[in-house]
Design a protein around this ligand. Structure first.
Ligand code: IMP
Length: 192
């Protein structure tokens, strides 16, 4: 089957492509020549995933899924959460976002955090949501140069490497996005 993944983020596309079984052909927005910004203003992570899918389903007649992710830090009452992409401002710069988070946690030893991903699927005009969570902690400094976003300062529980020190396969075995995606893939297997 063919399915559109509604993202402009090439890093996400690479991660998701690596996890998709070969019988599911992923169509990217780049493949479709679609360059418009997709709104994400709903105020919740799952709401944003649904909003992205709604925005695109009006334009393309194929199954579509979209994801939205937030990093939730306990000591900051769940910040940056739904504002993860623009935590340090509208420029949506990952270095700025990480620096702000590290600054807010200076001298704070309570560094428990989790990534939460919601995936919204629109298939045959009905919608389904899938969620994946990865528990971990915020490091005191950046480590590693792989991945994207907050990866250099997030260490998943049970590992002594940051996400940015892991290979695609290692991150793909435990990440929030991979967990949500595996639920989506299982669902697609059942309905096809
Ligand atoms: P969105 O899902 O693209 O809106 O992501 C929100 C923010 O979280 C952006 O700043 C992303 O860079 C960041 N983010 C999303 N997924 C990941 C991830 O797997 N690792 C690190 N940062 C991520």
């Amino acid at each position: 089957m063919e399915i559109i993944f509604a993202t402009h983020n090439q890093n996400k596309l690479i991660e998701v492509q690596a996890l998709m079984p070969s019988y599911i052909k992923l169509i990217s927005l780049q493949d479709l020549g679609f360059e418009e910004d997709i709104p994400e203003t709903s105020g919740t992570i799952s709401g944003n995933a649904i909003q992205k899918v709604e925005f695109l389903k009006a334009r393309f007649d194929l199954p579509i899924f979209a994801d939205d992710t937030g990093l939730l830090v306990d000591a900051l009452d769940g910040e940056p959460g739904v504002y993860s992409a623009r935590y340090a401002g509208e420029q949506k710069n990952s270095e700025d976002n990480m620096n702000l988070l590290l600054e807010k946690l200076t001298d704070n030893n309570h560094r428990v955090a989790r990534f939460v991903t919601a995936i919204a699927l629109d298939l045959n005009h009905s919608q389904t949501l899938f969620e994946g969570i990865c528990e971990g902690s915020i490091l005191k400094e950046k480590k590693g140069d792989k991945g994207f976003g907050y990866d250099p300062i997030f260490q998943p529980d049970g590992f002594d490497q940051s996400f940015a020190e892991m290979s695609l396969t290692e991150k793909g075995a435990i990440s929030h996005r991979a967990k949500a995606l595996r639920k989506l893939i299982d669902y697609l297997k059942e309905v096809n």
